[in-house]
Design a protein. Structure first.
Length: 268
């Protein structure tokens, strides 16, 4: 079973959790941090090599969670142009294209291997989508997408994998292709999510920023940090809140607290 609540208050840690996080203050060396940054693309490419298309489940919850994909239409069959920034192997892209025949999607990913998996998918059609490899922190989206042409950008579990110092570059890049008055739909890891509490000592890169054993990295967002990040690049905040889910494994009598940030920011 699971329950879910949305709101502006962050999850409150148990005394044991708080103590464990307080103790874990040793940061990964600067040398290793620079190496991780330099090898970020390689590490994600290896991740997809190991897991191929089997790691993430298809995200059929996207249209349920993001009613905006329907709501942003002025009439029922209006064609929408979307950008999925950080598409992985298409777990979000393909369910969306199947569910909504009036969508044309641009999709890009950091990993060349992930992009190849998308292109090999039986559902891939150049009439419905254009997929390309892109480092959102430095490759100009305007090389593949016309300025001010996109109705909705989805940024789902992507920004957390990028160094906090470079996140603003991603938002600046996306801003150029988004139509005025249209939105970025965001969902990612929130502060004190179960995944954050599972990191072993020696995994910490900075405040709320960690490295996994495979070299991929993950940032855990606070509502305030995300809000400042988007507003600094000229976006207006529409919705920005924590989604707290408690997944209960009755068999093992285990309660797993998941925390996400779900948000919507608009280009004026």
């Amino acid at each position: 079973g699971a329950f879910q609540k949305k709101g502006h208050s962050a999850r409150i840690l148990s005394p044991e959790e708080a103590e464990r996080l307080a103790k874990d203050q040793v940061l990964v060396s600067e040398f290793k941090q620079l190496k991780l940054e330099k090898e970020a693309q390689k590490n994600w490419d290896l991740f997809y090599k190991r897991n191929s298309t089997n790691f993430f489940k298809d995200r059929h919850w996207t249209t349920r969670e993001f009613q905006e994909l329907k709501a942003c239409r002025e009439f029922a069959d209006q064609k929408l142009t979307i950008l999925e920034a950080g598409c992985g192997v298409g777990n979000c892209l393909f369910p969306l294209l199947e569910e909504d025949l009036n969508i044309f999607a641009y999709a890009c990913d950091f990993s060349p291997r992930a992009v190849e998996y998308v292109k090999k998918n039986a559902l891939y059609s150049t009439e419905r989508c254009k997929v390309f490899q892109c480092d959102l922190t430095k490759d100009d989206l305007l090389e593949n997408i016309p300025a001010d042409s996109v109705d909705v950008v989805t940024l789902i579990f992507v920004l957390s994998a990028i160094h906090p110092d470079k996140m603003r570059l991603v938002l600046k890049n996306i801003y150029k292709v988004l139509k005025p008055g249209k939105c970025v739909l965001f969902r990612d890891y929130g502060l004190y999510d179960h995944a954050m509490l599972r990191f072993k000592s020696g995994s910490k890169l900075g405040e709320n920023f960690y490295v996994r054993q495979d070299g991929t990295r993950s940032y855990f967002f606070t509502e305030e940090f995300l809000s400042q990040l988007f507003k600094a690049e000229g976006y207006e905040q529409v919705v920005n809140e924590y989604v707290q889910r408690e997944t209960v494994n009755r068999k093992e009598d285990l309660c797993v607290p998941r925390v996400f940030l779900q948000s919507k920011f608009q280009k004026p």
